[in-house]
Design a protein around this ligand. Structure first.
Ligand code: PGA
Length: 246
């Protein structure tokens, strides 16, 4: 069956000194039986890779370009991420959709670029509070994921999906396990119409996952781990969440 996956999304946090402490804390706390990865700011990827040598914790980035290479100042290609050993890249995080005007199609193109280089995209979808209150949750996540399904076609089974309700990110508000499960079930049904691999795909939940709510979320039928923001910055909290996923 599916093996749970827990991914730390460090966002724009950290320094060489604090990362070193965090990573050594994780090394001491592991290994876990779930798959574990950290997606760190670009400048720290290589040092993170070195620090994680000999562990089974994978590493990755938080964004990539949709372009292959060329005159795109400031962008980082998925070929570069593959070149330095990244296993994962987060694409379409709601912060990028909101602050960098990333469209559903751009997110899909980024996922395609990542897969072309063997980097697994973790594609984020999720509704805002206004959309949830307007009863649009299903329509929004289906629209977001459909763009990726149409762009990746037969490769769709290779991605990881993260359902992150925007209203739950960094707010301390968590979707209840039942709320999260019902959206995950919608996502898996949509994937099942596109690929026979749907039942083996990992669908992560993200949004204020903490040590005290992780186990109940991960116990849901269609929740296969988490994408963790704030709690991924504390070794003890992140380790406890990884344990809850194992
Ligand atoms: P949070 O962030 O755990 O701090 O809510 C999750 C995310 O944005 O990936």
């Amino acid at each position: 069956m599916r093996r749970n996956l827990v991914v730390g999304n460090w966002k724009m946090h950290g320094s060489r000194a604090s990362n070193g402490l965090l990573l050594s804390g994780l090394k001491e706390a592991g290994p876990w039986s779930a798959d574990v990865a950290v997606c760190v700011p670009f400048p720290y990827i290589t040092e993170t890779a070195l620090a994680l040598t000999g562990t089974n914790v994978s590493f990755g980035a938080q964004d990539c370009s949709a372009h292959e290479q060329g005159a795109f100042t400031g962008e980082v290609s998925s070929a570069m991420l593959a070149d330095i050993g990244c296993r994962y890249v987060i694409v379409g995080h709601s912060e990028r959709r909101a602050y960098h005007a990333e469209s559903d199609q751009l997110v899909a193109d980024k996922a395609k670029a990542a897969l072309a280089h063997g980097v697994t995209p973790i594609v984020c979808v999720g509704e805002t509070l206004a959309e949830r209150e307007a009863g649009q949750t299903e329509a929004v996540v289906k629209r977001q994921l459909s763009a990726v399904i149409h762009t990746l076609t037969h490769c769709i089974g290779e991605i990881v999906v993260a359902y992150e309700p925007v209203w739950a990110i960094g707010t301390g508000l968590t979707a209840s396990p039942a709320q999260a499960q019902s959206v995950h079930a919608v996502l898996r049904t949509l994937l099942a119409a596109a690929t026979q691999k749907a039942s083996s795909m990992r669908l992560l939940y993200g949004g204020s996952v903490k040590p005290d709510n992780a186990a109940e979320l991960f116990a849901q039928a269609d929740i296969d781990g988490g994408l963790i923001g704030g709690a991924a910055l504390k070794a003890a909290d992140f380790s406890a969440i990884c344990r809850a996923a194992g």
